[in-house]
Design a protein around this ligand. Structure first.
Ligand SMILES: CC(C)(COP(=O)(O)OP(=O)(O)OC[C@H]1O[C@@H](n2cnc3c(N)ncnc32)[C@H](O)[C@@H]1OP(=O)(O)O)[C@@H](O)C(=O)NCCC(=O)NCCS
Length: 155
């Protein structure tokens, strides 16, 4: 199994996160498909990298190359919402499930008994597959930004 290391995102990772975020597939799979400006991203990063209600983990491979981000945002006292985005060059290599699983395990260690949820577009088969591998179950359908979504939960 590939070895992955997770580390809290620092300013050093800010620009690569924006690059990954503006990848066309990432935008297409997001609930807000607009390209993200550098200014918008700087504001987002400055807030989420410091907020106690956010956790941003950068995943590094066994050669210490940053290959993706797994993030969590607190919705209430014991529920967090997650999202994941890999460097396009590292997709399709079965790394997503390892990263999501490791990041969720870390969250459950840091916040005992926390519940983790996710939303995805129904057509995002790769995400639905890795979420299932990481132990999520699909709990139903909903809408996000007026668009159809699948809700997933890891209890
Ligand atoms: C979603 C994502 C994290 C998945 O990680 P990954 O390491 O690329 O996933 P895998 O290589 O394990 O592929 C997962 C599954 O999707 C399948 N898959 C991959 N690309 C696919 C495609 N274009 N169409 C259909 N299936 C695809 C794989 O065959 C695999 O299927 P299996 O698990 O049934 O064998 C990654 O692709 C990504 O960063 N996507 C863009 C951002 C995104 O969509 N984030 C989630 C938002 S909710």
């Amino acid at each position: 199994m590939s070895k992955i290391r997770l580390q809290a995102a620092t300013e050093e990772n800010e620009s690569i996160i924006l690059k990954w975020s503006n990848d066309p597939v990432t935008r297409k799979m997001s609930f807000n498909t607009m390209t993200i400006s550098k200014k918008e991203h700087a504001k987002w990063f400055s807030f989420h990298s410091k907020s106690p209600s956010s956790r941003l983990f950068i995943a590094f491979n066994d050669q210490d190359v940053p290959i993706g981000i797994c993030r969590f945002q607190r919705l209430n006292s014991n529920t967090w919402e997650t999202g994941i985005n890999l460097d396009p060059e590292y997709r399709g290599k079965r790394l997503g499930a390892i990263i999501l699983h490791s990041a969720c395990r870390k969250m459950k260690k840091d916040y005992a008994d926390c519940k983790i949820i996710a939303h995805t577009r129904p057509e995002n088969i790769p995400f639905r597959s890795i979420a299932k591998q990481a132990g999520f179950i699909e709990t139903g359908t909903t809408s996000v930004n007026d668009q159809p979504a699948i809700e997933l939960m890891l209890t």
